[in-house]
Design a protein around this ligand. Structure first.
Ligand code: ATP
Length: 215
């Protein structure tokens, strides 16, 4: 019997303060490698590991909406923004499992820096029973903590192999490195310098709404 292939749901969480080409291009390349056109960007409300954000949720969503015009198949999931408590990834993943059922593939995208901090995520040992991970390298980030190395054992696989089951695998993807962070772009915006790594419409929005004036 031929197994019908249903494309996985792919999630990409972040502060997106602001969204930039580093996020978008890595996710676009990942989507190609995972053979999916369904990518959901999940801006977080109160990131448990970050200082207070510089903009309102509505402003981050507005910038995402402008940026996504160039990225068919990408959509925004506002659920975490609508929560009054801290947004834990494990809660988001449980909600997705309820929605899509136990059988469909679910893949959570992240850069190497996020993989490095995984043990500090709430209930991190529960995550792999809910989702796969697809991880790309980021310039400037190298060694993984020992507990992440141990966690990776037996989970590492190729992007194609993720299709064999709904969760539990970790694929290390090759994507084009893009050495930029939102922190750097906020600092640039404060000095009025533009960057090709910010979508033009996002840059205009930042100027119009006078965001990141203090970096
Ligand atoms: P900040 O500088 O405010 O910490 P950031 O640019 O690192 O922000 P986040 O919103 O914190 O962006 O990151 C969300 C996700 O995007 C993380 O998994 C992170 O690894 C990834 N990411 C961020 N910047 C890049 C980049 N330049 N290339 C690839 N992935 C990136």
């Amino acid at each position: 019997m031929v197994k019908r292939l249903i494309e996985p749901v792919v999630l990409f969480g972040g502060s997106f303060d602001p969204v930039h080409r580093g996020h978008l291009e890595a996710a676009r390349e990942a989507a190609e490698q995972l053979s999916t056109r369904d990518i959901r960007l999940i801006p977080c409300h109160i990131p448990p590991h970050k200082d207070a954000l510089k903009t309102k949720p509505s402003e981050r969503v507005a910038m995402l909406e402008l940026a996504l015009a160039d990225y068919p198949g990408f959509s925004i999931d506002r659920w975490e923004l609508e929560q009054s408590k801290p947004s834990y990834t494990v809660d988001t993943l449980r909600r997705y499992r309820e929605e899509i059922g136990a059988e469909r593939g679910l893949v959570f995208l992240m850069g190497w820096d996020s993989l490095q901090t995984l043990p500090s995520w709430y209930d991190w040992q529960a995550l792999a029973a809910l989702t796969h991970f697809a991880v790309w390298r980021r310039p400037g980030y190298s060694a993984l903590p020992k507990d992440v190395e141990r966690w990776l054992q037996g989970r590492r696989c190729s992007a194609e192999q993720l299709a064999a089951k709904p969760c539990g695998g970790v694929a290390l993807l090759q994507t084009t490195p893009c050495d930029v962070s939102a922190t750097q772009l906020r600092a640039l915006s404060a000095t009025g310098v533009s960057s090709p790594l910010l979508p033009e419409a996002v840059e205009q929005y930042i100027r119009q709404h006078k965001l990141y004036q203090n970096g």
